[in-house]
Design a protein around this ligand. Structure first.
Ligand code: AMP
Length: 374
């Protein structure tokens, strides 16, 4: 039995395991935390990311390694990659962990992105605002997720200059990226998969709605996307995956403005905007990630009908209420409820997009009071 090691024991690890067990794979997870989502999916090694002895033992205990969590120290991934075949390549982590590195890589590959400036000090912030203008978004370069570690900067009502020092202090005086605010028409993302031999497949572009920086719904395929826009998105992701010699699933998020794509960020792993594939595509992103890493033929990425994925954040509805709607598929992550936390998702699939949306609206209306992003 092939033993797959996964760095991280969150919901993405759980869903990788749930996709891989029917393929005859065995899973082991490495996570410094409680990793409740993977309890029952595979053995959990609880140790620090810097515990070399535990890392080496873990590498010994698996045949192949991947990750589900993006903020693993790159040195940890590199150490493991020297000991056991690892996918994706750790360089992909180092690019995605730094918002500036990500934007620079977009630039060098001709992937359109918004104006941005490196901010290491209040003076840099002042210069960045002068160059980019307002509104703009200031984000920590590292460790941001789900809209955390970022703020929108707007013109003061009285027309006074913003207090760059106060804003930089508020961000914790850590390296930041200032970027132009994009008044987008909508947001879309593309999930693709690449094998070691360079074969790629892409799911259809999907439309994402974020609420307070956290993904709320994904509609797949995104309505009204021309084949030109789909091909353009595929070209961009393909360029990035080829450049990184990438193996596995990668996601890229775009703003759509006046019909054009503006790259926002990438994820070197399976992605929340690909969860719809579990119930709406021939092969799920989780299975294709594993197939790519194990050198197996990739599965079809074709969508079946329309799927809407709704994240269950902070709380979950009554299960019976969800199942009252035929066709709703529930995925819970076995996580302690906490305000603003992703606890599960619902996929609704069908041939009639309006009908699918109305089922999602009914389920949304059943969410307990106080649920949702904070
Ligand atoms: P991020 O963590 O960069 O993916 O940001 C989370 C969400 O915040 C995005 O999906 C957008 O909805 C919003 N956002 C981030 N950056 C910008 C921007 N430059 N302009 C407009 N909205 C943004």
């Amino acid at each position: 039995m092939t033993r797959v090691g996964v760095l991280g024991g969150g919901q993405l690890g759980r869903m990788l395991g749930l996709a891989g067990i029917p393929l005859g794979l065995e899973f082991r997870f490495y996570d410094p935390g409680a990793a409740t989502p993977v309890a029952g999916i595979g053995r959990h090694e609880r140790a620090a990311w810097t515990d070399d002895e535990a890392l080496d033992d873990f590498a010994e205990s698996v045949d192949v390694l991947t990750w589900e969590f993006e903020n693993i120290p790159v040195a940890t991934a590199e150490r493991l990659a020297r000991a056991v075949p690892t996918f994706p390549p750790p360089v992909a982590l180092s690019v995605a962990q730094d918002r500036l590195g990500e934007k620079t890589r977009f630039g060098s590959l001709g992937i359109p992105t918004n104006a941005h400036a490196d901010v290491q000090s209040a003076a840099d912030l002042k210069a960045g605002i002068a160059a980019i203008g307002l509104p703009a978004v200031l984000k920590t370069r590292r460790m941001g997720y789900d809209g955390k570690g970022q703020q929108v900067l707007r013109e003061a009502a009285d027309g006074k200059a913003l207090d760059a020092q106060a804003i930089f202090s508020d961000m914790g005086e850590v390296p930041c990226l200032l970027e132009a605010f994009v008044p987008f028409d909508r947001e879309v993302s593309l999930v693709g998969v690449r094998t070691a031999l360079g074969e790629t497949r892409f799911y259809p572009l999907v439309e994402n709605v974020h609420v307070r920086g956290i993904l709320h719904t994904t509609t797949a395929p995104a309505p009204a996307v021309s084949t030109d826009v789909q091909s353009e998105a595929e070209r961009h992701l393909s360029a990035l995956m080829t450049d990184l010699n990438y193996v596995g699933v990668m996601a890229i998020e775009f703003f759509v403005k006046d019909g054009g794509l503006i790259a926002n960020e990438v994820a070197p792993r399976v992605h929340n905007s690909g969860h719809w594939t579990q119930d709406g595509a021939v092969t799920s992103q989780f299975e294709n990630h594993l197939r790519a890493g194990l050198g197996l033929p990739l599965g079809s990425t074709a969508a079946r009908g329309t799927t809407v994925m709704l994240n269950l954040i902070g709380d979950v509805p009554e299960i019976g209420d969800v199942f009252a709607d035929q066709g709703a598929r529930l995925h819970l992550y076995d996580k302690e409820p906490r305000p603003g936390r992703k606890l599960g998702h619902v996929n609704v699939n069908g041939s009639d997009p309006a009908q699918v949306r109305s089922v999602i609206a009914r389920i949304e209306a059943m969410m307990p009071e106080g649920a949702g992003p904070v």
